[in-house]
Design a binder for this molecule. Structure first.
Ligand code: AMP
Ligand code: MG
Length: 505
């Protein structure tokens, strides 16, 4: 067998309608799916983080900051910004688009196509009032988290590189009228494509049925070649696959305690993978009402517990945008039902593994609800709790002490819950399944913050340490326990960047 040859190509630009202008200032571009755009020049690009794993997967060897900082293009690259719209916090927001992302090109890999996209490389026709740039802090967060999520087994875009630009960018971190200069950076991220629910929605909002049809045809031909749009059956089959992959993504988020923070329809991938890492966060103390996003503090629309319902709501908006392609649009309802059934199935299956159960009965639903209530009664670390539960040899709460913020205040209810769980497992919880479902290491909010603060001083050692640590989140890695298998330190409780994040990036 010959070795696989990776090639650059432009199926998206070739198969969908685009902008006649190249680059240009922010404006509306009705009927287009993209605008060709060249990354801006930056003073001093320097390579700071590199994922060998991602590079190997997409057949890239050249670790050159000029390329991955957008200063030079390789032969075959054809740069563009994607046009999309979206519902933001429940309201239709009209045209958004890649305001600070520029795709370098599309490339063949064994499984199909991937898109390599820079984030933070300057103004595009979709930048609206933004500067198209990204700061180091948000770039480190996206680089580390997308790699960590991949190794946790959560579907996600990947990171290839992080380049510092050598220039400063003004940002008002908390949107409270105190802008300050921050170091700028550009990451290169990789996904089959960055097509979003909003990429389709915008054409319906604009009444551009032909553009919509071309976009769907491109999507199926290029990314879902086993599906077709010749009739309703073909479309419904693809929608069901999207419902399944989306349900799986959210079930995996719930399993590891990830909160996306901005589940707007423009941040929902048509591949059912996690994209657009912004003000995301991880549950430290288990709290179903928690959201990391201060912009969402008043309604907590995107809180942990609401993610499954929001993904369903977003899917409904996507399906509505497919009405013009359907002869019998009333059939779309069945896709939402499929989402709901699939989510319940996958969510149940991951809780079964988290609790080491071999099957699931109705009474397990009650056991789970009581568990979650108990976890919320006093501050209890989600990751440590489930990891220690995986090692229990008897239904004894003192063996789980490490998970409690105040070990002197352990709720009384645990004794009876643990005894019931132990009995339910016949004293033999499926430990292997538990150790694969309950990670030992996740990218806790304060871990990322510590790495960022060092990186801002020019020291990337902690970023590198976390990058390596999180490649094996289910391994014990005893040398790392004291530092990273740990509850949130007190300094991080109310700190910006840890428990409070905004969309400013
Ligand atoms: P997000 O909240 O990251 O999903 O972004 C929502 C929209 O705002 C997208 O269309 C982004 O491209 C755009 N956007 C966010 N930050 C900037 C920026 N600094 N410059 C230009 N556009 C931006
Ligand atoms: Mg976005």
């Amino acid at each position: 067998m010959g070795e696989f040859v990776h090639e650059w190509g432009s199926p998206f630009l070739d198969q969908t309608p685009g902008d006649v202008e190249v680059g240009g200032t922010p404006r509306r571009v009705p009927g287009a799916c993209w605008s060709r755009t060249i990354p801006a020049s930056v003073p001093l690009p320097s390579m700071k983080l590199w994922s060998v794993d991602t590079a190997n997967q997409i057949g890239i060897e050249l670790k050159d900051p000029m390329i991955w900082g957008g200063q030079q293009q390789l032969p075959g690259m054809d740069c563009f910004a994607q046009r999309y719209g979206g519902h933001q916090f429940g309201n239709w927001a009209g045209q958004l688009g890649d305001g600070r992302a520029i795709t370098l090109g599309q490339r063949t890999v064994k499984s199909g196509w991937v898109e390599l996209q820079l984030k933070g490389s300057g103004i595009t026709p979709y930048s609206r009032r933004g500067d198209g740039k990204a700061v180091l802090r948000s770039s480190v967060r996206e680089f580390l988290c997308s790699e960590a999520m991949h190794h946790l087994g959560v579907p996600t875009s990947r990171a290839l590189s992080l380049v510092e630009t050598g220039e400063h960018v003004m940002r008002d971190i908390l949107y409270n009228g105190q802008p300050a200069p921050e170091p700028g950076a550009i990451i290169c991220r990789v996904a089959p494509s960055f097509l979003r629910f909003g990429t389709y929605q915008i054409h319906v909002a604009d009444g551009q049925a032909e553009a919509l049809a071309a976009l769907v045809e491109h999507t199926l031909q290029t990314h879902f070649p086993t599906h077709h749009m010749n009739d309703d059956d073909g479309l419904i089959a693809w929608f069901r696959e999207l419902a399944s992959t989306t349900a799986n993504m959210v079930a995996q988020w719930m399993r590891v305690g990830f909160v996306h923070g901005v589940m707007n329809t423009d941040n929902m991938s048509v591949h059912g993978i996690t994209i657009d890492y912004g003000p995301y966060g991880w549950l430290e103390n288990f709290d179903r009402t928690w959201t990391p996003n201060t912009t969402d503090a008043s309604t907590r629309r995107y809180r942990y517990s609401q993610q499954p319902a929001i993904a369903g709501w977003n899917l409904a908006r996507f399906l509505e945008s497919m009405v013009p392609l359907m002869k019998s649009p009333e059939r779309l309802q069945s896709v939402l039902e499929h989402y709901s059934i699939e989510f319940t199935r996958l969510h149940t299956s991951s809780w079964m593994s988290k609790l080491g159960l071999k099957n699931w009965t109705d009474s397990d639903g009650e056991l789970l609800e009581e568990l979650q209530n108990l976890l919320e009664e006093v501050e209890t670390d989600m990751t440590i709790f489930f990891r220690e539960l995986s090692h229990l040899t008897a239904p004894d709460i003192t063996a789980l002490k490490a998970a409690f913020y105040d070990p002197n205040q352990i709720p009384f209810g645990w004794k009876s819950w643990l005894e019931r769980w132990w009995e339910r497992c016949d004293s033999t919880p499926d430990r292997d399944a538990m150790l694969q479902a309950n990670p030992k290491y996740v990218l806790r909010n304060w871990m990322a913050q510590m790495a960022i603060e060092k990186a801002e001083k020019g020291d990337y050692s902690l970023c590198e340490e976390l990058h390596q640590l999180l490649k094996h989140p289910y391994d014990e890695q005893p040398g790392h326990e004291t530092a990273w298998y740990a509850k949130r330190p007190e300094w991080a409780r109310d700190k910006v960047g840890c428990s409070m994040l905004s969309c400013s990036s």
